[in-house]
Design a protein around this ligand. Sequence first.
Ligand code: GLN
Length: 303
Amino acid sequence: MKLGKILKQIGEEMASREERGRVAGYIPELAAIDPHQFGMAVALADGRVLSVGDADEPFSIQSVSKVFTLALALGRYGNQLWRRVGREPSGRSFNSILQLEQENGIPRNPFINAGAIVVTDAILAGSTPREALATLMTFIRTATDDDTIYINDEVARSERETGHRNYSLAHYLRSCDNLLHQPDWTLGTYFHQCAVEMSCRQLARAGRFLINSSGMPQMISSMRVRRINALMMTCGHYDGSGDFAYRVGLPGKSGVGGGILVIVPGRASIAVWSPGLNNLGNSKLGTEAVEMLAQRTHWSVFG
Ligand code: GLN
């Protein structure tokens, strides 16, 4: 079956779903989002972008941004980065603090909040938050080939007002000498990266540098692309990473805004968005939709 037809079918099936999960409620900007939205876009290695549903509606990418900051930090520090953050799945929720104490302030991986805060702290070295964010936005805009992508300042402000858990993580990291800057400085940057808004079509295009295929934007070396994909597969969905790998069989990174970026190495970059979340904080319909897409296209890293 043609990909366009598969996407159309998935869009129709998702539109009829009544169980849509719960929209994130910790900040008013996310709590107010209509859960009935669903969009999906597939950017293929041949240059085509196919989409269905609300694929042009901007949403808060939240933790999907951790893929871009990791790419920047790996490009800048290479393997030195792994002195400050691990590469193991955590098996715990995205904002867990427990293992930080058990493991001397070295977060399990760069995709849980503690690890992402360390990565953001690393890319901040030698610059102001404004400069680091400008570098990040240049990276995202170049990868997407779209200068209109922006940060929603209202979302960033709300994240700061409600971010007590992230402050506790940052202070704990600092107490273990694993935060170079004052918590407010690093978190100010982190909250803004979470507040980047993109549509599925933009996010699918932004992910093309992770496909590792000629003709796609080359932002970092192909070796690092493979490694980021490995981390997305093992850690991209927190304590739901094993389930996502089992059901979808592709590397993915979720965000609490309901977006997921999924990579089909050598073939495609997929972005899906539906704001209702499952009990692990990952998009409910988004996961179901990529599971269907993977089944119907036979896309999988497992052959
Ligand atoms: N802004 C959220 C936080 O830091 C991002 C978490 C997520 O998307 N899982 O808590």
